[in-house]
Design a protein around this ligand. Structure first.
Ligand SMILES: Nc1ncnc2c1ncn2[C@@H]1O[C@H](COP(=O)(O)OP(=O)(O)OP(=O)(O)O)[C@@H](O)[C@H]1O
Ligand SMILES: [Mg+2]
Length: 756
């Protein structure tokens, strides 16, 4: 319902007086229906209305927009809002044009619905629409109050000329630079990495001050560490700005980390988690497009209405989500192996896109984000209505390695001078380190977040609103298990630096984003050495000789060689191992598994003390059960099942243990049957029911999968890089020999579906 604007105060552009709080609250109530200002809003508004520059740090969802929207309504004239959220240039950074446009429309529409004359200028608009805006601006008394533009538009001489005219007529009130952190003052290294095309507009922001010296500038951001604050103030040439900082704490968000390596099936875990939130809305961030697609399919299959925002983003997806038709948006944090810019922008794009849906109850990161800053921004999408909400991060050791690999390499992709390259890479890794600590250390998660922004807070601030404060023992236990599982994998050489997802081939038969053809075409120039040391491999990627043209096959082969060397030279025993052997469950592994179970039983002996059981035999029985079930699928599944069993032992009742041992013993005594594989319905009888009981009870978390292990529910095998390459070669050959590309495409998709 549109409202007519509240009559303006009699404050002309020339007058620099403080408008009283009452008058401003009246505007707030009239247009937005809120009873009072939040946090530092009033101070920021009064500062800019009195003509002073202001640098305002407010947490995500803190209400930054209000700081320029109210001034736009309190004074005659126009507020110019420079926002990276609406930049069509962003499609150059793999961000989708349509989505950007949809968001922009959404924001302006929201203003219009409130009776506020807002417009945006973008290349998505028709010439007619743009002309109407320009006509309005040049009319005697423009009705426009807020004009949203991109930094790129500011850089054009045509627009700057128009702006100066508006200014000269005394109609420009304020320049607000929203999400200023997104496109300025990263640091000098990152700035160097911006594509040439973006540099002028980026720099032109500072020229706003030179060209329009009398207009106050309001810089707004949700995340800026002290160094960046200085950069922003310098770059924008702010004069004696009022610096307003609110705490970054989001008390209504409960922070939790779950460990993929300790879960039977993270997908199911997430499904259950989301289901436990009923019809509330959620955002799930994934690292790769393929993972995003997989997850979207998985969630949909499980009855969760879900839309994937992937390569073919559609404004309708977002519209549906904003209008509550879709419960979950799985937003890919599309990442390009070869582009640092992708690292800089993509990860944070979806979180910064300014979606103002207040009732997001859950934000889940299905992969670890690359920095605390990104994580904070993204998780901050939850609970913008200040109601209790959750941030859930699934941490996986493989995800961590993958990200470390990417970050180590990212700088080398831009042909930077080596000093900058090293520095940039170090910075990214240091930023990432904070995320690892957030996941792998047992202290308060909230404290870690806040400390990363330079805020010293007492642990009591959390008030048990993170898993580490609420369930310290459980979290410590998980971390211990994670450490032993990781150490174990490390010793046995099962971790894979080049591991790709099960959907390494996407449905179009192209590579996953990790191996995106477009990226290849964009001309990266490194090679891989034969070193068996991952660190060496990473280094060699950075420093290898340049070739004029990127050749994917060569690169594939060298990576394949590197992987083979990695496994092949680990030790002489490994050398002889075939791929199948590597995934097999060795006797040593089994022995250590038994020991692990025995320890777990001993640790929990107070609960089992009345049972007439021998711990050693029981541990062997349980280990046999795991082995029988997972010997065919291999080591990783076996290990994960062992970890689950250890957890189960920490909560199982004596009856449950007797029951399980009894069943297992019966089954163990049977001769090995052909149906002992996973498709056997009878195998369900000895599938342990494992729950994160405590977690579930107290936090409403999910119940771990207890369904029978069948062929359908088994997680797909993870291909090694070599397997991936061979498979790709096979499909490529198939493709090239085919006279009918369309039917071949179908074959390929089917092949993927059946094989993976
Ligand atoms: N004083 C207020 N009282 C109540 N709600 C408010 C107030 N100010 C803003 N809001 C609401 O808070 C929500 C978040 O505001 P806004 O989008 O401006 O946040 P933001 O700081 O820009 O967040 P982000 O960093 O995520 O972009 C909006 O729905 C807005 O209407
Ligand atoms: Mg905002």
């Amino acid at each position: 319902m549109s409202k007519s604007p509240l009559p303006l105060q009699s404050v002309s552009g020339a007058e620099k007086q403080v408008i009283k709080k009452e008058a401003l609250v009246k505007i707030l109530r009239w247009h937005f229906g809120y009873s009072d200002f939040r946090g530092k809003q009033l101070e920021a508004i009064q500062a800019v209305l009195s003509g002073r520059d202001c640098f305002c740090l407010m947490p995500t969802g803190g209400g930054k927009s209000m700081c320029y929207q109210i001034p736009a309504l309190a004074k005659q004239g126009i507020v110019l809002v420079v926002s990276p959220l609406i930049g069509e240039k962003f499609d150059g950074f793999y961000c989708n044009f349509l989505l950007v446009s949809a968001l922009m429309e959404n924001q302006v529409m929201a203003l219009k619905e409130k009776g506020i004359a807002g417009e945006y200028l973008s290349s998505t608009q028709t010439v007619k629409a743009k002309n109407e805006i320009y006509e309005n601006l040049s009319s005697g008394k423009p009705s426009l109050r807020l004009l949203y533009v991109t930094p790129e538009l500011i850089a054009t001489s045509g627009f700057m000329a128009k702006l100066i005219k508006i200014h000269d007529r005394g109609l420009l009130n304020l320049i607000a630079i929203d999400e200023v952190r997104s496109y300025m003052g990263f640091n000098s290294i990152c700035e160097c990495l911006l594509p040439e095309a973006s540099k002028p507009s980026y720099r032109k922001l500072s020229s706003l001050r030179n060209r329009l010296p009398s207009i106050p500038v309001l810089a707004l951001t949700a995340t800026a560490v002290p160094k960046v604050q200085e950069d922003v103030i310098d770059s924008l040439c702010l004069r004696n700005p009022l610096v307003l900082k609110s705490s970054f704490n989001r008390p209504n968000i409960y922070y939790e980390v779950r460990y993929k390596d300790l879960l039977d099936d993270p997908y199911s875990d997430l499904c259950n988690y989301l289901k436990s939130y009923g019809n509330n809305c959620a955002i799930v961030y994934c690292l790769e497009r393929t993972a995003c697609d997989d997850l979207a399919v998985h969630l949909s299959k499980n009855g969760i209405s879900c839309a994937g925002l992937n390569s073919k983003l559609r404004s309708s997806v977002l519209d549906n989500w904003i209008s509550s038709k879709t419960q979950v948006v799985v937003a890919t944090v599309a990442f390009g192996y070869l582009l640092l810019l992708a690292q800089l922008f993509k990860w944070s794009f979806y979180c910064r896109m300014g979606i103002d849906r207040k009732d997001v109850r859950v934000v889940c990161h299905f992969n670890i984000p690359k920095s605390m800053e990104g994580f904070y921004q993204e998780s901050g999408r939850a609970g913008r209505d200040q109601l209790p909400s959750r941030s859930l991060l699934y941490y996986g050791v493989d995800d961590r390695k993958k990200m470390e690999f990417i970050l180590s390499n990212a700088a080398s992709k831009k042909s930077l001078p080596s000093s900058l390259e090293e520095c940039s890479s170090k910075k990214s890794l240091a930023d990432f380190r904070q995320m690892i600590e957030y996941c792998e250390e047992s202290g308060c998660r909230r404290k870690k977040i806040l400390e990363s922004f330079g805020e010293e807070v007492p642990a009591s601030l959390c008030a048990k609103s993170c898993d580490a404060c609420k369930h310290p023992n459980i979290v410590s236990k998980y971390l211990e298990e994670l450490t032993s599982a990781t150490a174990f994998r490390h010793r046995n050489g099962s971790s894979r630096i080049y591991m790709s997802s099960a959907s390494a081939l996407n449905d179009e038969g192209q590579f996953s984003e990790f191996w995106n053809r477009d990226d290849e075409a964009s001309g990266s120039e490194e090679d891989i050495s034969d070193s068996d040391d991952p660190v060496e491999i990473v280094k060699s990627v950075s420093h290898s000789s340049k070739s004029s043209e990127w050749r994917i096959n060569e690169r594939m082969e060298s990576l394949q060689r590197a992987e083979e060397n990695y496994y092949g030279t680990k030790n002489s025993q490994d050398k002889k191992m075939s791929k199948a052997d590597k995934n097999s469950i060795s006797e040593t592994l089994r022995e250590s598994g038994k020991q692990r179970l025995l320890n777990a039983m001993k640790q929990n002996q107070h609960r089992f003390s009345n049972l007439q059981i021998d711990f050693v035999t029981s541990a062997e029985t349980l280990e046999n059960e795991c082995h029988k079930k997972y010997e065919k699928s291999g080591k990783s599944f076996y290990l994960s099942q062992m970890a689950s069993t250890v957890r189960w032992l920490s909560t199982a009742t004596p009856d449950e243990l007797t029951d399980r041992l009894g069943k297992t013993a019966n089954i163990s005594s049977e001769a090995v049957r052909p149906e002992a594989n996973f498709s056997s319905p009878s195998s369900s009888s000895f599938n342990p029911v494992i729950t994160q009981v405590d977690e579930q009870k107290v936090t409403g978390g999910s119940v771990k999968s207890s369904s029978p292990v069948s062929q359908d529910t088994l997680p797909p095998p993870i291909l090694s890089f070599s397997e991936f390459v061979n498979r790709r070669k096979a499909t490529d050959n198939q493709f090239s020999t085919s006279k009918r590309p369309s039917s071949d495409g179908v074959t390929r998709v089917m092949e993927k579906k059946t094989k993976f």
